[in-house]
Ligand binder design. Sequence first.
Ligand code: SAM
Length: 205
Amino acid sequence: MNSIKRHLYDQFRLPRGPLGRLAGRTMSRRSSNVERSRWTVDLLALQPDARVLELGYGPGVGIEAALEATPGGHVVGIDHSSTMRSMAAKRNATALRNGRATLIVGDAQDPPSDLGTFDAIFCCNVWLFWNNPDTTIERLARLLAPSGKLAITHLPRHGNPTKDDADEAAQRIEQQMQRSGLIQVERAYLPLEPAPAVCVTGKTC
Ligand SMILES: C[S@@+](CC[C@H](N)C(=O)[O-])C[C@H]1O[C@@H](n2cnc3c(N)ncnc32)[C@H](O)[C@@H]1O
């Protein structure tokens, strides 16, 4: 990857400044992104009063979908980009004002210990940036209530992605969830061009 490409790619890992806002706008307007976030929330089959955590909320599209699915619940997000926090806060201003949403700037790999437990935790195109997915998934599993669900969605983006890239990511995520003690580990595909998104879900006992 040349240095210009690497710099642009990095705006999706840690969006900041004007280029970060441009990346955020791309994420919030690209139909495949929006469809993939909403599909992931649908797969969680949330109860209306569920407590939900999204990691790497970006411009806040997934937070918005989770709020719609839980009219009596609470949605927390963690993203390490303050640029994304301001975009997501604008999109979800009413829920923040009403105390139905909380948007934290922090590292999703090491969530604060005082968040309580969640009925569901999800992320979309964030897993690929984790330094140690095994440790992160173990920490997330500990934040889940009994019968809570973790959903990790991956949509391959780089080069000329194919279904094989989605499959390879899914296999690694499945193994990581199984090693962390999650059960009923399953995968689902969302057909998109040129490659499908894949979501791996796992539950606590
Ligand atoms: C490719 S974007 C995806 C954004 C959003 N989930 C979506 O699908 O539109 C990745 C997001 O994850 C965030 N992120 C990446 N690594 C993170 C980490 N370790 N902790 C918190 N946020 C992280 C980035 O700041 C960025 O907002």
